[in-house]
Write a protein that binds this ligand. Structure first.
Ligand code: C5P
Length: 224
């Protein structure tokens, strides 16, 4: 069977949820993993679109890039781009919550403690899992315990085809770390454990799985 190229949408980096004009809530994501997956996918000849939160990284050559700030902006960009793609690799660390209120003026320092009320952001991937059609959906999960069990539960909950699940260790690893140890888990619970791989190495292994699934499940269906 001739291998056709896949149209892959990749999300990367953190989202930022503004509190006031100078402050925000975010997380430790640097975007390096998502950008590396995009670079490797492009190298393999796939058509790649990258939706990225704020990072200091340069987009890989030949990759269409859309820059966003908040989770809601990321949701809008992904929902627009998904129509032209047949695979989503959702690597972004989307903030689960955002401040209910944006203070238009900088909050003045005072000696009093104060509360910021947070509301839930939409789960972008879960939403897309409900309208999956012939698309391959890949998620990421970082857990402090029960990595395999937690990863598989998220894969099922969000109706994904694959999930990469890693344990959060000291110093916020895997965020921003050079090497990654993680499981690539499939729907049936079958998994591959990858230990101490560089991000390019891990990205290539992940893309091997994505291509394998794509060609067996989807391309064979289309060829019938
Ligand atoms: O935060 P959680 O562990 O549920 O993230 C698992 C997957 O869901 C990741 O791929 C992440 O990008 C995605 N996600 C999302 N929208 C959110 C939270 C997470 O798409 N609001």
């Amino acid at each position: 069977m001739k291998k056709s190229k896949i149209k892959i949408l990749i999300s990367a980096g953190p989202t930022r949820e503004a509190i006031d004009p100078v402050r925000f809530i975010s997380n430790y994501s640097t975007g390096t993993f998502g950008f590396e997956i995009a670079r490797q996918a492009k190298r393999r000849g796939h058509q790649v679109t990258l939706v990225s939160g704020v990072t200091c990284l340069k987009g890989p050559v030949g990759v269409k890039i859309r820059k966003v700030g908040t989770a809601l902006e990321m949701q809008k960009a992904i929902c627009e781009e998904i129509k032209d793609n047949n695979c989503l690799i959702m690597n972004a660390a989307v903030c689960d919550y955002r401040p209910l209120k944006f203070f238009k003026r900088k909050i003045k320092k005072s000696k009093k403690a104060f509360n910021i009320k947070l509301i839930e952001n939409p789960d972008i991937l879960k939403g897309l899992g409900r309208f999956k059609e012939n698309r391959l959906l890949v998620g990421f999960a970082v857990e402090t315990e029960n990595v395999l069990k937690g990863g598989l539960a998220k894969l099922k909950e969000k109706n994904l085809d694959l999930i990469v699940a890693a344990k959060i260790s000291k110093f916020h690893s895997p965020f921003g770390s050079a090497k990654i140890s993680a499981y690539i888990i499939e729907k049936q619970g079958k998994y591959q454990k990858i230990t101490n791989a560089t991000k390019p190495e891990f990205s290539r292994k992940l893309l091997d799985r994505v291509e394998g699934l794509w060609y067996t499940i989807f391309q064979s269906k289309q060829g019938r």
